[in-house]
Ligand binder design. Structure first.
Ligand SMILES: *[C@@H]1O[C@H](CO)[C@@H](O)[C@H](O)[C@H]1NC(C)=O
Length: 310
């Protein structure tokens, strides 16, 4: 039984459908624009007035390009070697990230005269997830340099003008090596981050690294969390107030040397709304010293994107 088509109402219905489609389309467009707005704004955090280096030293840095007084200290960047990716069964794409990161660090270290120690495959303890081996590598290198700067492999120097002594001077406030803290860290949403930090040559640091390595109950296989960060957090949380004050410094601004890019996800929108100050302090913005692709799945395309920009 075929219905007789009636031209007028149908045209009317077509119109309504079109209007609805247009409305939906503009709503979708609005959502996309709103979604990208935070990314655009956060990316400009530094030009919107955020200060990652404390303002006082910032001005001093402006007047004296090489402001850090006292004897020149020896630094080494310690990181994971690029050939390790195959040894630890890493995905092909991650090997590209490691190679790009290694090139980036080599150029930075060479420009400033820093040592660069890439953790060789032989230094990776097969009994633990690879990221635990940073503790062994730092322990082995500690006696050779004044300061070690640990970098996870998914990091890039994005502002090579900034030197490591400027960063430490700005956060410590003086350049007396013996009076300096031993561990300089940043905090993110989850507390202290073990992906990028400084450790000073000292007896305290040696003992701290040994104690860290001894936290075997935190060793965790088969998940994204290998346990080394949780163990560090546990140790820091259980230091006495005096020991904390004398030996550990947590930078007020995460973006001083450990900025995370902001990407549009439910989680990041939630954090933006409920943890705005933490997001603001840690988000990657143009001019920041270092970007860290922490918790980002697509590290290769982010690495390429940032390398293309800087
Ligand atoms: C770490 O564990 C080893 C072996 O059990 C022990 O000899 C050493 O004293 C421990 N070191 C620290 C600092 O806890």
């Amino acid at each position: 039984m075929a219905a007789r088509p009636r031209p007028r109402p149908r045209r009317f219905a077509d119109h309504r459908l079109l209007r609805r489609l247009l409305l939906l389309l503009s709503l979708a467009l609005l959502l996309v624009l709103l979604g990208h707005l935070p990314a655009l704004l956060l990316r400009r955090a530094n030009s919107l007035g955020r200060r990652c280096l404390p303002a006082a030293t910032d001005r001093r840095l402006l007047f004296f390009p090489r402001p850090v007084p006292g004897p020149r200290l020896s630094f080494a960047i310690v990181t994971l070697a690029d050939e390790d990716a195959s040894a630890s069964g890493g995905r092909r794409s991650f090997r590209g990230v490691l190679a790009a990161s290694a090139r980036n660090k080599r150029a930075y270290a060479a420009a400033h005269g820093y040592g660069l120690v890439s953790l060789p495959a032989s230094a990776v303890d097969p009994g633990r997830p690879p990221s635990w081996s940073k503790v062994l590598a730092l322990r082995a290198q500690l006696r050779h340099h004044d300061w070690l700067f640990w970098n996870d492999a998914d990091t890039l120097v994005t502002n090579p003008e900034i030197s490591l002594d400027q960063i430490l001077f700005s956060v410590i406030g003086h350049s007396d090596f013996d009076e300096s803290p031993d561990l300089v860290l940043t905090e993110d949403f989850g507390g202290v981050n073990a992906g990028v930090f400084f450790i000073r040559r000292s007896k305290w640091s040696e003992r701290f690294l040994d104690t860290w390595w001894n936290q075997t109950s935190f060793v965790h296989f088969g998940s994204t969390r290998s346990g080394d960060n949780a163990a560090l957090k546990h140790l820091i949380d259980h230091l006495s107030a005096e020991e904390m004050k004398a030996h550990v410094l947590i930078a007020k601004m995460q973006c001083l040397f450990n900025s995370y890019p902001w990407i549009l996800t439910w989680k990041s929108v939630h954090r933006l709304i409920f943890h705005l100050p933490t997001t603001w302090k840690g988000v990657y913005s143009d001019g920041d010293f270092m970007i860290h692709f922490a918790g980002i799945d697509d590290k290769p395309s982010w690495t390429n994107k940032i390398l293309g920009e800087i």
